[in-house]
Structures are given as C-alpha cells and as structure tokens.
Design a protein around this ligand. Structure first.
Ligand SMILES: CC(C)(COP(=O)(O)OP(=O)(O)OC[C@H]1O[C@@H](n2cnc3c(N)ncnc32)[C@H](O)[C@@H]1OP(=O)(O)O)[C@@H](O)C(=O)NCCC(=O)NCCS
Length: 191
C-alpha cells in the first residue's frame, strides 16, 4: 500500500510503515466524541450514503451496543452501524459498513461484523439483515463470506426500489437475509 492520507479529521499517514496494521487495530463501541470522525470516515467511503453528523451522534448515543468503531491508534478506520428492530429482538439489521480505503483487504469489515455477534446484548440474534445495491460487489462478497462463516443461508429480495428515494438519485436497495444464525455466544461456545 502506498502512503495514504487517512482523513482530515483523524491523522495523516506519511510513510509506508505508518499503514494500518490489523494486529493493532482495536474495536470499540462508538462514543459521541467520535461522531465527527465517523462522519468523516463515511465521507471517505463511497458509495455509502453520507448521513448527517447528528445521525452519527445518535448512533453513538443510543445504539453503541449495536455499532462497532475500529481505531488504528486514534484514527477511525472502520465503522459498522446497526440496530435491533424494536418488534424483532432476534434480528440484527446492519445499516452501514465502512472500512477506510487504506485499511481494506485486511479482513477488518468481517472482523467488525463478527465482533457484533460477540456482544452481550446480541446473544439472542438468530437472523441478520442488511441492504445492498445491485452493483456493490465488495459488500456482497463480504456478507457472503460472513454467511459462509456462520454456516447460514443468504437470501436476497427486493426492498427499497429506486423511486422510493424520491428526487435523490439512488440505486435500488435489496434486502439480504442471513439465517439461521447459530450464535456461538448464545450456545456458550465463546468465552
Ligand atoms: C465493503 C467493505 C466494508 C469491505 O471491507 P474490507 O475490510 O476490505 O473487507 P474484508 O477484508 O473483511 O473482506 C471480506 C470479504 O469481501 C471480499 N472483498 C472485500 N473487498 C472487496 C472488493 N473490493 N472486491 C471484491 N471482494 C472484496 C474479500 O475478499 C473477503 O472475501 P473472502 O473472505 O471470501 O476473500 C469496504 O470495501 C468498504 O468500506 N467499501 C465502501 C463502503 C461500502 O460499500 N460498504 C458496504 C455497504 S454497507
């Protein structure tokens, strides 16, 4: 990987030896102090929708248990947002997965997803849902690999058609369902 600028609000990488190292990247629950860094990270990760800073503050404030922030030193290099739909406590909806371009290919996306299922608050999860646009191959590959790792089936169906986004030019978002999830944490398999 060549020298890379991580983000204006995190820190600047100037040498190859300063590249992300998967051994030192730590996964934490987001805090509101990191909301701005998360917003900057999402901006660096097209084709993700860039939501408002306020949305990321709310995620950190109300949904920290179902979100993961990856830190390389103090730099935010990865983020997963998710929530448990109120009427379906057995389901984890994964909203956005972002890995900074300089940290891709290290397995970080899947590592963050895996970490979610190890959370105490998510031991009852039996089904994972997300949405993908038809052309997002990296996202499809990542969720496909996660489903295989979980020994679960993955199915796809229409959810949000393009016209539902109104004037915004937005690709269709299709629903991916990964199930059944036999969460090891649930069966006492994880420490
Ligand atoms: C999608 C994304 C999160 C993947 O992050 P990552 O840390 O590089 O992914 P991982 O290293 O964990 O890879 C997981 C799997 O996806 C595959 N993959 C990752 N990036 C890929 C790419 N650009 N093209 C093809 N496959 C890719 C990996 O090969 C791996 O599969 P394997 O285990 O079968 O080899 C990252 O590319 C990203 O942030 N993209 C922009 C935002 C986005 O589209 N997010 C997803 C929609 S919510």
């Amino acid at each position: 990987m060549s020298a890379t600028t991580i983000s204006a609000t995190t820190r600047t990488r100037t040498t190859a030896s300063d590249e992300p190292d998967k051994r030192t990247i730590r996964l934490v629950r987001p805090t509101i102090e990191r909301g701005h860094d998360i917003h900057a990270l999402i901006r660096a990760c097209p084709p993700l929708d860039i939501n408002s800073s306020y949305a990321y503050l709310l995620l950190a404030h109300h949904f920290a248990e179902t979100c993961v922030l990856a830190l390389d030193g103090e730099a935010a290099v990865g983020f997963v947002s998710g929530y448990v739909p109120p009427a379906r406590p057995d389901t984890l909806f994964v909203w956005q997965v972002a890995v900074h371009p300089a940290a891709r290919g290290l397995g970080l996306g899947r590592r963050m997803l895996r970490a979610l299922l190890e959370r105490d608050g998510l031991v009852r999860i039996e089904r994972i849902e997300t949405t993908v646009s038809p052309g997002n191959a990296p996202s499809r590959r990542m969720f496909g690999a996660w489903a295989r790792e979980l020994g679960a089936d993955i199915s796809e169906s229409p959810l949000f058609a393009g016209p539902l986004f109104g004037d915004e030019s937005h690709d269709e978002e299709r629903l991916l369902v990964i199930a059944p999830v036999a969460n090891d944490s649930n069966s006492g398999g994880k420490p």
